[in-house]
Design a protein around this ligand. Sequence first.
Ligand code: SAH
Length: 283
Amino acid sequence: MTTDTPGAAGTRPPRSHGRIAVRPTAQPRDLMPDTPDLAGVWEARVITLFPEAFPGTLGLSLTGRALAEGRWKLTPIDLRPFGEGRHRTVDDTPAGGGPGMVLRADVVARALDTAAQGTPPDRAQWPVLYLSPRGTPFTQATARRLSQARGLTLLCGRFEGVDQRVLDARGFEELSLGDFVLSGGEIAAQAVIDAALRLRPGILGNAASAVEESFTNGLLEHPQFTRPAVWEGRAIPDVLTSGDHGAVARWRRAQAEALTRDRRPDLWADLWADLSGPGKPTD
Ligand code: SAH
Protein backbone atom coordinates (compact mmCIF):
# COMPACT_ATOMS: atom_id res chain seq x y z
CA MET A 1 0.00 0.00 0.00
CA THR A 2 1.33 3.44 -0.84
CA THR A 3 0.93 6.48 1.34
CA ASP A 4 -1.21 8.08 -1.36
CA THR A 5 -4.08 5.65 -1.08
CA PRO A 6 -7.07 5.64 1.21
CA GLY A 7 -7.14 3.27 4.17
CA ALA A 8 -9.34 0.19 4.16
CA ALA A 9 -12.05 2.00 6.06
CA GLY A 10 -11.99 4.74 3.45
CA THR A 11 -11.60 7.42 6.06
CA ARG A 12 -8.91 9.36 4.22
CA PRO A 13 -9.89 11.00 0.95
CA PRO A 14 -7.85 9.96 -2.12
CA ARG A 15 -4.88 12.23 -2.77
CA SER A 16 -3.29 13.27 -6.01
CA HIS A 17 0.17 12.51 -7.33
CA GLY A 18 0.49 16.13 -8.35
CA ARG A 19 3.05 18.10 -6.37
CA ILE A 20 0.99 21.25 -6.24
CA ALA A 21 -2.19 21.20 -4.20
CA VAL A 22 -5.08 22.45 -6.33
CA ARG A 23 -7.74 24.55 -4.67
CA PRO A 24 -9.94 25.36 -7.62
CA THR A 25 -12.61 27.29 -5.79
CA ALA A 26 -10.12 29.39 -3.84
CA GLN A 27 -7.96 30.33 -6.81
CA PRO A 28 -8.66 33.29 -9.05
CA ARG A 29 -9.50 32.15 -12.52
CA ASP A 30 -6.71 34.09 -14.22
CA LEU A 31 -4.16 32.03 -12.32
CA MET A 32 -5.54 28.89 -13.96
CA PRO A 33 -5.74 29.78 -17.66
CA ASP A 34 -5.44 26.13 -18.71
CA THR A 35 -8.13 24.78 -16.42
CA PRO A 36 -11.36 26.45 -17.48
CA ASP A 37 -13.48 23.93 -15.54
CA LEU A 38 -14.17 25.92 -12.39
CA ALA A 39 -15.48 22.87 -10.55
CA GLY A 40 -11.94 21.44 -10.49
CA VAL A 41 -9.25 20.02 -12.68
CA TRP A 42 -9.88 16.90 -14.74
CA GLU A 43 -9.11 13.90 -12.58
CA ALA A 44 -8.48 10.22 -13.21
CA ARG A 45 -9.05 7.86 -10.29
CA VAL A 46 -7.61 4.41 -10.87
CA ILE A 47 -8.47 1.37 -8.77
CA THR A 48 -5.60 -1.08 -9.06
CA LEU A 49 -3.65 -3.77 -7.22
CA PHE A 50 -0.51 -2.01 -8.48
CA PRO A 51 -0.73 1.71 -7.64
CA GLU A 52 3.04 1.87 -8.08
CA ALA A 53 2.42 1.46 -11.84
CA PHE A 54 1.18 5.09 -11.81
CA PRO A 55 1.82 7.67 -13.07
CA GLY A 56 4.09 5.51 -15.28
CA THR A 57 4.35 6.99 -18.75
CA LEU A 58 1.77 9.62 -17.77
CA GLY A 59 4.48 11.16 -15.57
CA LEU A 60 6.66 11.88 -18.62
CA SER A 61 6.84 14.76 -21.08
CA LEU A 62 3.79 16.98 -21.55
CA THR A 63 1.31 14.97 -19.47
CA GLY A 64 3.94 14.66 -16.72
CA ARG A 65 4.60 18.39 -16.63
CA ALA A 66 0.89 19.13 -16.58
CA LEU A 67 0.49 16.65 -13.71
CA ALA A 68 3.32 18.23 -11.74
CA GLU A 69 1.78 21.66 -12.29
CA GLY A 70 -1.63 20.55 -11.07
CA ARG A 71 -3.33 20.96 -14.46
CA TRP A 72 -4.82 17.49 -14.07
CA LYS A 73 -4.97 15.07 -11.22
CA LEU A 74 -4.18 11.37 -10.91
CA THR A 75 -5.37 9.36 -7.93
CA PRO A 76 -4.37 5.71 -7.79
CA ILE A 77 -6.47 3.76 -5.28
CA ASP A 78 -4.89 0.57 -3.97
CA LEU A 79 -7.38 -2.29 -4.09
CA ARG A 80 -5.47 -4.37 -1.51
CA PRO A 81 -6.61 -2.58 1.69
CA PHE A 82 -10.22 -3.26 0.72
CA GLY A 83 -9.56 -7.01 0.78
CA GLU A 84 -11.02 -9.54 3.21
CA GLY A 85 -9.46 -10.70 6.46
CA ARG A 86 -5.97 -10.51 7.85
CA HIS A 87 -4.40 -11.13 4.44
CA ARG A 88 -6.60 -8.60 2.68
CA THR A 89 -7.67 -11.21 0.14
CA VAL A 90 -9.05 -9.60 -3.01
CA ASP A 91 -9.76 -12.65 -5.19
CA ASP A 92 -11.14 -16.17 -5.16
CA THR A 93 -11.51 -19.13 -7.50
CA PRO A 94 -14.02 -18.89 -10.38
CA ALA A 95 -17.50 -20.21 -9.66
CA GLY A 96 -18.08 -23.19 -11.92
CA GLY A 97 -14.40 -24.08 -11.94
CA GLY A 98 -11.53 -23.31 -14.27
CA PRO A 99 -8.05 -21.84 -13.92
CA GLY A 100 -7.03 -18.59 -12.28
CA MET A 101 -8.68 -16.23 -9.85
CA VAL A 102 -11.45 -13.64 -10.02
CA LEU A 103 -11.55 -10.28 -8.20
CA ARG A 104 -14.34 -10.33 -5.62
CA ALA A 105 -17.45 -8.20 -6.07
CA ASP A 106 -17.57 -7.04 -2.43
CA VAL A 107 -13.92 -5.97 -2.44
CA VAL A 108 -14.21 -4.07 -5.72
CA ALA A 109 -17.45 -2.43 -4.54
CA ARG A 110 -15.79 -1.12 -1.37
CA ALA A 111 -12.94 0.36 -3.38
CA LEU A 112 -15.31 1.88 -5.91
CA ASP A 113 -17.55 3.39 -3.25
CA THR A 114 -14.52 5.05 -1.67
CA ALA A 115 -13.31 6.21 -5.09
CA ALA A 116 -16.74 7.74 -5.71
CA GLN A 117 -16.43 10.14 -2.78
CA GLY A 118 -16.75 13.71 -4.02
CA THR A 119 -17.56 12.72 -7.62
CA PRO A 120 -20.87 13.38 -9.39
CA PRO A 121 -23.14 10.29 -9.48
CA ASP A 122 -24.11 11.12 -13.09
CA ARG A 123 -22.09 8.71 -15.25
CA ALA A 124 -22.08 11.21 -18.13
CA GLN A 125 -20.26 13.73 -15.97
CA TRP A 126 -18.00 11.14 -14.40
CA PRO A 127 -17.72 7.88 -16.38
CA VAL A 128 -16.88 4.73 -14.42
CA LEU A 129 -14.98 2.28 -16.59
CA TYR A 130 -13.72 -1.26 -16.36
CA LEU A 131 -10.86 -2.05 -18.73
CA SER A 132 -11.71 -5.38 -20.30
CA PRO A 133 -11.06 -7.29 -23.53
CA ARG A 134 -14.83 -7.86 -23.64
CA GLY A 135 -15.56 -4.14 -23.64
CA THR A 136 -16.56 -1.72 -26.39
CA PRO A 137 -13.48 -0.97 -28.52
CA PHE A 138 -11.81 2.25 -27.38
CA THR A 139 -11.83 4.92 -30.09
CA GLN A 140 -10.88 8.57 -30.54
CA ALA A 141 -14.58 9.43 -30.20
CA THR A 142 -14.61 7.81 -26.75
CA ALA A 143 -11.40 9.61 -25.85
CA ARG A 144 -13.09 12.89 -26.77
CA ARG A 145 -16.16 12.08 -24.67
CA LEU A 146 -13.99 11.20 -21.67
CA SER A 147 -11.94 14.38 -22.12
CA GLN A 148 -15.16 16.40 -21.84
CA ALA A 149 -16.22 14.78 -18.57
CA ARG A 150 -15.19 16.28 -15.24
CA GLY A 151 -13.12 13.20 -14.54
CA LEU A 152 -13.34 9.43 -14.59
CA THR A 153 -12.79 6.34 -12.50
CA LEU A 154 -11.05 3.32 -14.02
CA LEU A 155 -10.95 -0.20 -12.62
CA CYS A 156 -7.94 -2.30 -13.61
CA GLY A 157 -8.62 -6.03 -13.62
CA ARG A 158 -6.06 -8.74 -12.97
CA PHE A 159 -6.04 -12.55 -13.18
CA GLU A 160 -9.22 -13.80 -14.88
CA GLY A 161 -11.08 -10.55 -14.38
CA VAL A 162 -13.81 -9.24 -12.07
CA ASP A 163 -17.00 -10.77 -10.66
CA GLN A 164 -19.75 -9.78 -13.11
CA ARG A 165 -22.19 -8.77 -10.36
CA VAL A 166 -20.24 -5.68 -9.30
CA LEU A 167 -19.85 -4.58 -12.94
CA ASP A 168 -23.64 -4.81 -13.36
CA ALA A 169 -24.61 -3.40 -9.97
CA ARG A 170 -22.37 -0.34 -10.18
CA GLY A 171 -23.02 0.46 -13.84
CA PHE A 172 -19.47 0.05 -15.10
CA GLU A 173 -18.90 0.84 -18.76
CA GLU A 174 -16.58 -1.84 -20.21
CA LEU A 175 -13.86 -0.55 -22.50
CA SER A 176 -11.36 -2.62 -24.51
CA LEU A 177 -8.03 -1.46 -25.87
CA GLY A 178 -8.26 -3.98 -28.69
CA ASP A 179 -8.61 -7.62 -29.61
CA PHE A 180 -5.77 -8.96 -27.51
CA VAL A 181 -5.35 -9.91 -23.87
CA LEU A 182 -3.15 -7.97 -21.46
CA SER A 183 -2.07 -9.26 -18.05
CA GLY A 184 -3.82 -6.42 -16.28
CA GLY A 185 -5.73 -3.21 -16.85
CA GLU A 186 -2.95 -0.83 -15.83
CA ILE A 187 -1.42 -0.34 -19.29
CA ALA A 188 -4.90 0.00 -20.77
CA ALA A 189 -5.84 2.59 -18.13
CA GLN A 190 -2.75 4.65 -18.93
CA ALA A 191 -3.57 4.49 -22.64
CA VAL A 192 -7.16 5.65 -22.05
CA ILE A 193 -6.10 8.45 -19.70
CA ASP A 194 -3.40 9.63 -22.10
CA ALA A 195 -5.69 9.67 -25.13
CA ALA A 196 -8.39 11.63 -23.27
CA LEU A 197 -6.03 13.96 -21.45
CA ARG A 198 -4.18 15.19 -24.56
CA LEU A 199 -7.52 16.41 -25.94
CA ARG A 200 -7.97 18.72 -22.94
CA PRO A 201 -7.05 22.34 -23.54
CA GLY A 202 -3.64 23.30 -22.19
CA ILE A 203 -2.14 19.82 -22.04
CA LEU A 204 -0.43 19.56 -25.44
CA GLY A 205 2.11 22.28 -26.18
CA ASN A 206 0.74 23.03 -29.62
CA ALA A 207 -3.06 22.87 -29.37
CA ALA A 208 -3.36 22.55 -33.15
CA SER A 209 -1.54 19.23 -33.16
CA ALA A 210 -4.62 17.45 -31.81
CA VAL A 211 -6.82 18.88 -34.56
CA GLU A 212 -5.28 17.38 -37.70
CA GLU A 213 -4.10 14.01 -36.52
CA SER A 214 -5.32 10.48 -37.24
CA PHE A 215 -9.03 9.70 -36.65
CA THR A 216 -10.01 13.31 -35.91
CA ASN A 217 -11.56 13.67 -39.37
CA GLY A 218 -12.18 9.96 -39.89
CA LEU A 219 -8.91 9.49 -41.78
CA LEU A 220 -5.45 8.21 -40.89
CA GLU A 221 -2.89 10.99 -40.87
CA HIS A 222 -0.68 11.70 -43.89
CA PRO A 223 3.01 10.67 -43.63
CA GLN A 224 5.39 13.10 -41.88
CA PHE A 225 8.93 14.13 -42.88
CA THR A 226 11.66 16.32 -41.40
CA ARG A 227 15.32 17.15 -42.00
CA PRO A 228 17.67 16.03 -43.49
CA ALA A 229 16.24 16.77 -46.95
CA VAL A 230 17.86 13.62 -48.31
CA TRP A 231 18.49 10.58 -46.11
CA GLU A 232 20.06 7.37 -47.41
CA GLY A 233 19.24 8.54 -50.91
CA ARG A 234 15.57 9.19 -50.06
CA ALA A 235 14.33 12.73 -50.63
CA ILE A 236 11.40 14.46 -48.93
CA PRO A 237 8.52 14.74 -51.47
CA ASP A 238 9.08 17.93 -53.50
CA VAL A 239 5.65 19.36 -52.78
CA LEU A 240 6.45 19.61 -49.06
CA THR A 241 9.40 21.91 -49.71
CA SER A 242 7.65 23.90 -52.48
CA GLY A 243 6.23 26.54 -50.15
CA ASP A 244 2.83 26.14 -51.89
CA HIS A 245 0.51 25.70 -48.91
CA GLY A 246 -2.50 24.81 -51.04
CA ALA A 247 -0.55 22.11 -52.85
CA VAL A 248 0.76 20.79 -49.52
CA ALA A 249 -2.78 20.58 -48.13
CA ARG A 250 -4.05 18.78 -51.26
CA TRP A 251 -1.12 16.33 -51.19
CA ARG A 252 -1.65 15.56 -47.51
CA ARG A 253 -5.36 15.03 -47.98
CA ALA A 254 -4.78 12.68 -50.93
CA GLN A 255 -2.17 10.74 -48.94
CA ALA A 256 -4.50 10.46 -45.94
CA GLU A 257 -7.30 9.17 -48.15
CA ALA A 258 -5.06 6.63 -49.94
CA LEU A 259 -3.64 5.36 -46.65
CA THR A 260 -7.08 5.02 -45.09
CA ARG A 261 -8.51 3.24 -48.14
CA ASP A 262 -5.60 0.77 -48.26
CA ARG A 263 -4.99 0.13 -44.57
CA ARG A 264 -8.39 0.67 -42.98
CA PRO A 265 -11.23 -0.19 -45.33
CA ASP A 266 -13.50 -0.14 -42.26
CA LEU A 267 -12.80 3.57 -41.63
CA TRP A 268 -13.07 4.30 -45.35
CA ALA A 269 -16.49 2.67 -45.52
CA ASP A 270 -17.64 4.67 -42.48
CA LEU A 271 -16.69 7.90 -44.25
CA TRP A 272 -18.75 7.02 -47.29
CA ALA A 273 -21.65 5.84 -45.16
CA ASP A 274 -21.91 9.39 -43.82
CA LEU A 275 -21.78 11.33 -47.10
CA SER A 276 -23.06 14.49 -45.48
CA GLY A 277 -20.30 14.46 -42.87
CA PRO A 278 -17.42 16.93 -42.86
CA GLY A 279 -14.91 14.14 -43.40
CA LYS A 280 -16.33 13.20 -46.81
CA PRO A 281 -13.59 12.01 -49.20
CA THR A 282 -12.72 14.51 -51.90
CA ASP A 283 -13.68 12.31 -54.86
N1 SAH B 1 -10.09 -13.72 -18.66
C1 SAH B 1 -10.30 -12.47 -19.26
C2 SAH B 1 -8.98 -11.71 -19.44
C3 SAH B 1 -8.41 -11.21 -18.16
S1 SAH B 1 -6.91 -10.34 -18.45
C4 SAH B 1 -10.94 -12.65 -20.63
O1 SAH B 1 -10.64 -13.62 -21.29
O2 SAH B 1 -11.74 -11.79 -21.05
C5 SAH B 1 -6.73 -9.46 -16.93
C6 SAH B 1 -7.14 -8.01 -16.95
O3 SAH B 1 -6.38 -7.30 -17.91
C7 SAH B 1 -8.59 -7.75 -17.32
O4 SAH B 1 -9.42 -7.88 -16.19
C8 SAH B 1 -8.53 -6.33 -17.85
O5 SAH B 1 -8.66 -5.37 -16.81
C9 SAH B 1 -7.15 -6.24 -18.44
N2 SAH B 1 -7.17 -6.39 -19.91
C10 SAH B 1 -6.74 -7.45 -20.60
N3 SAH B 1 -6.89 -7.26 -21.92
C11 SAH B 1 -7.43 -6.04 -22.09
C12 SAH B 1 -7.83 -5.29 -23.22
N4 SAH B 1 -7.73 -5.74 -24.47
N5 SAH B 1 -8.35 -4.06 -23.01
C13 SAH B 1 -8.48 -3.57 -21.76
N6 SAH B 1 -8.12 -4.24 -20.65
C14 SAH B 1 -7.60 -5.47 -20.80
